[in-house]
Design a protein around this ligand. Sequence first.
Ligand code: G6P
Length: 471
Amino acid sequence: MRQSSLVVVANRLPLDDSVAPDGACEWRRSPGGLASALHAILDDTPATWVGWAGGAGPAPALPDIGRLRIRPMGLSEKDLTGYYEGFANATLWPLYHDAVLPPVFDRGWWETYRAVNRRFAEAAAEAVEPGGTVWVQDYHLQLVPQLIRELRPDVLIGFFLHVPFPPPELFMQLPRRLDLLRGMLGADLVGFQRPQAAHNVAQLAVKLLGAEVTGDDQITLDGRTIRTGAFPMSIDVAEMQSLAARRDVRERAAQLRQDLGRPRRVLLSMDRLDPIKGIEHRLTAYSELLRDGRVKVRDTVMVQVAVPSRERVESYRRLRDRIEGEVGRINGEYGRVGEPAIHYLIQPFDRAELAALYQTADVMVVTPLRDGMNLVAKEYVAARADASGALVLSEFAGSADELSDAFLVNPHDVDGLKETLLRAMEADPADLERRMSAMRAHLSTHDIIAWARAYLTTLDRTGRVAAGLRR
Ligand code: G6P
């Protein structure tokens, strides 16, 4: 088997799970940001990507994509239930997002999570060349760094957590907390979205493992030093800017406004249908504004784009039903013939259509209860070429650290959310321009390439890995 100097290990492959009739494979845009983000970096780097192609059953045969070698992993029905839907998405996901929905502790899931992590680690260990680098992504694979270290002590190991890492008192609830902490600390560099996550892990390493920690959260454990730090993830800013500059996209944006009935203001939200996204709080705030007559349907239109997600997990199915019921109620009570209060769309959008929607939106409403980063907020900023538009952003999204010129809000406080929405809707255009320009200036130097470069150069001080990145 050919080996690569860089191996990315992630739960998902960045591929469409269908292969075109000519055998060619298309890059897949996953509902989350990870696959599209890494795609922006890796399509020119000789690397291997180990991941799941979606669906149950043995790994499908997938062709390489350019110089990127694809190493597909199969997940059985049992793996899907115990590893993906179970331990990853019904235990770790809710716990890591402040338990905004209750985590499920099912003792049957752990063995499957561990076995799948071992298979991914073995595949990565086989694929990496001597002295190479393995970069492990996210909470699905938290045991993989330590497992790779056991199999391949010669390689450099990175781990990046895309979701928040919870405060110690929440993490302490996990029945398998020791294994999960040790697993992650098998890496040479553990990266997070926000600095607080690194503090949390350092505290836990002292408390649970008796590690030593320096002031900047470097952890010494078993005679080895593990570096930690915040590397806020970003988007392919150039791609979004060039989409937004296209004449057909600008025309489409104007057409969308026309189709929406030429309202004075368009509000847009775009989320995976996930309990962490705070969609219900937002609908409550908006419907109360309609009820109180502070927002009028003819004047203002709300567009909610929703991307179905993890639909075999009970809490996700129930959430979708509740949201669809609530949108129906709001439209029934406040809409008029031909003028719904909320346009609710669950169809897939291509990138150009997304860019057009961002341009149509006067107010982008991103109000998760907790979110690792939230790349939609950054995409909106990148798409606003004329520096107009207002971003309403939850303080509990990682992106709030960098986009501090947004209208920041605590989404749990429905009254505060209502006031902030009104402030954003009524803001003075000069104020909006100042805020948007500041956020655009930040993004112009903090794009996805800068993120990967910062992480990989910290991981590998020789600079060997980062030298291969595109642009
Ligand atoms: C979040 C996670 C990603 C995940 C994405 C989509 O952004 O951090 O690792 O890929 O959600 O979720 P899914 O379950 O469809 O992979």
